[in-house]
Design a protein around this ligand. Structure first.
Ligand SMILES: [Zn+2]
Length: 223
């Protein structure tokens, strides 16, 4: 009876780059035992595995194009049928456009699933630029750090692996970040309006430490 029913937690998390939505999705995944489906990671996985979808995607993405909506929706549709998504899912980085939001709704409807909530994480642009510019990762294990919010316990030494080499993403400059924010506003903002009208939108103040923001989300989801 629970097959294809609306049991479980079905969420979308959205927000500009640098709002910490991936981190909060991870918190929700652990709290509810649901799967965290990051669009970017799913796409990279398909390409890495060389699946039929991956083979179609690779030249498109390499040429700087977006993945076609039908391919992403097919990927998501297959993925949420897997065992780790039995208790629900949290979609991160998808839907990015109004068309994707509508196609997603139709696909979920077909499975008898309704979204419980769409979480919008709000952080002022100025803070986002600061956050992204302050990010760096351990070259050895990939752990991410931040000048302001998450420094290693010992300066210059990775907490996880003891590595001493760190790198920054070269394409993170103030200009490229501002361009990404602009793109987010142009393409993704219509989805926010769409979900607001449907009455599932929950906007969260994302300015603050990870656990503070997580507590805010928790409080809002209870309502
Ligand atoms: Zn490390």
């Amino acid at each position: 009876m629970f097959e294809n029913s609306n049991e479980g937690m079905h969420l979308v998390i959205t927000g500009a780059p640098g709002t910490g939505k991936g981190t909060q999705a991870g918190v929700l995944k652990r709290k509810y035992g649901i799967c965290h489906l990051s669009a970017g990671e799913m796409l990279r996985e398909e390409i890495r595995k060389g699946t039929p979808v991956g083979k179609k995607l690779e030249p498109l993405l390499a040429g700087g194009n977006f993945a076609p909506d039908e391919l992403i929706i097919e990927m998501v549709s297959n993925r949420i049928e897997e065992d780790d998504c039995k208790k629900g899912f949290i979609l991160d980085g998808f839907p990015r456009t109004l068309n994707q939001a509508e196609v997603l709704d139709k696909m979920l409807e077909g499975k008898g699933i309704k979204l419980n909530a769409v979480l919008e994480i709000l952080v002022p642009d100025k803070v986002i630029v600061e956050r992204i510019l302050g990010r760096y990762t351990c070259v050895t294990c990939g752990e991410s750090y931040s000048d302001k919010f998450h420094k290693p316990a010992v300066e210059g030494v990775c907490d996880i692996c003891g590595g001493k080499k760190f790198s920054k993403r070269l394409d993170d400059t103030k200009e490229t970040i501002e361009r990404r924010l602009e793109k987010y506003r142009n393409f993704t903002y219509p989805t926010i309006e769409y979900y607001r009208k449907k009455g599932v939108l929950i906007s969260v103040d994302g300015n603050g430490a990870v656990d503070v923001v997580a507590a805010r989300i928790n409080e809002l989801l209870k309502r």
